[in-house]
Write a protein that binds this ligand. Structure first.
Ligand code: ZN
Length: 380
């Protein structure tokens, strides 16, 4: 696929990079990328992919633009409110780059249509905020052998990981199962508007690198970003041989629609506790060693204020220090807002700890619902 004079002019800053050049730009032009979710993550990802010259860019979303989307979904303008997101997105992306083809999919992704939708694409970006869709996309990408760049955002924190068939773990290796509701979405929890800009741009970067075959993708590495601390942290993730979809003996061999809320939760899933739920649990099991509170914040945050009886193991040290948690104990991981504690659950699950729990909303939720005298370090 050769480049036209107009393309040679448009992509000049790519062409002068030795790692890209004309051959690389031709690869981008031949590439077919599907962005699932035209939201906070999908917006910056799609804009950069269109600008980069991805030849065929699919956008999948069945929602309409709402005024509350505009705080972060930079694909849309005020005049787009009430329009189908995919229609507004296609118009914006085609005006940015008329040399690419934008395909709109105004459908809800289900087990029944995921194969047909994915079959037109070489690579998938997942920007959905629905956990059930995230598992469906992950499973479909594993089963149909498509690379997947996934990201998720929560309040002030986000995470990203890349799956490449046969080269590393999938999302289900990290979080074996969780039902919708385990992680609150943006509407429930709120989100810093610029946060998905960072994560969506990381997804676009990963997609471009995979297409070009350059650099080191986020395979087997969960990258987390804390906007308040302005800190990136990386957690190694290994493929689970017992993973239900990418493992040695998979039990999920075809995409499936999610079961009802919590209906599909397996014994080795993450348990979420509300602040009042944890209070009740502590009242029932006061200071027994079956229940261990593990505060995974940094020591400087821990000293400002923490729950009585909690031990402090920063999440980055957790893997090495899991022995400090008694083998029979049920750990409840705690952090400021509930994001690092969720990452801690993933570490614990991989180490074979059954049903780790975390405090949803973190100590901020605890301070607002249970104990307003608790001092929680950090802004917000
Ligand atoms: Zn897996």
């Amino acid at each position: 696929m050769s480049l036209t004079p107009a393309e040679l002019a448009r992509y000049h800053r790519h062409l002068v990079l030795d790692e890209i050049g004309v051959a690389g730009q031709q690869k981008l032009k031949s590439a077919r990328v599907l962005v699932i979710g035209a939201g906070g993550l999908g917006s910056p990802a799609a804009l950069y992919l269109a600008a980069a010259g991805i030849g065929t860019l699919g956008i999948l979303d069945c929602d309409r633009v709402e005024v509350s989307n505009l705080q972060r979904q930079v694909l849309f303008g005020t005049g787009d409110v009430a329009r189908l997101k995919v229609d507004a997105a296609r118009e914006r992306l085609e005006s940015l780059n008329p040399q690419i083809s934008v395909v709109a999919h105004a459908v809800e992704l289900r087990a029944a249509n995921v194969r047909a939708v994915l079959s037109d694409y070489d690579l998938v970006l997942d920007g959905t905020d629905r956990l059930s869709t995230r598992y469906l996309v992950n499973d479909a990408c594993v089963i149909f052998g498509k690379p997947l760049v996934a990201a998720a955002i929560h309040r002030f924190e986000g995470q990203a990981m890349t799956y490449v068939p046969g080269r590393g773990p999938c999302y289900r290796c990290l979080f074996p199962e969780a039902a919708d509701g385990v992680v609150p979405n943006c509407a429930e929890a709120g989100v810093l508007g610029v946060l998905p800009g960072v994560l969506g741009a990381i997804q676009a970067t990963e997609a471009v690198k995979l297409i070009l075959g350059i650099g080191e993708p986020l395979i087997g590495r969960l990258l987390t970003y804390d906007a308040l601390d302005m800190r990136f942290t990386e957690f190694p993730v290994e493929r689970r041989r017992d993973c239900a979809v990418c493992g040695d003996r998979p039990t999920i061999t075809a995409p499936r629609d999610p079961e009802g809320p919590f209906g599909a939760a397996a014994p080795d899933s993450v348990r979420r506790l509300t602040a009042t739920g944890l209070r009740a649990l502590l009242d029932q099991h006061p200071r027994t060693h079956s229940l261990v509170l593990v505060d995974v914040r940094e020591p400087r945050e821990f000293v400002t204020g923490h729950l009585e009886g909690a031990i402090n193991i920063p999440v980055a040290e957790l893997q090495q220090r899991l022995v400090e948690i008694a083998p029979q104990a049920s750990p409840v991981f705690i952090c400021r807002s509930g994001s690092r504690s969720l990452a801690a659950c993933a570490v614990a699950l991989r180490a074979g700890i059954a049903a780790p729990a975390h405090l949803e909303g973190g100590l901020l939720a605890w301070a607002s619902e249970v104990d307003p005298t608790l001092a929680v370090a950090g802004a917000g």
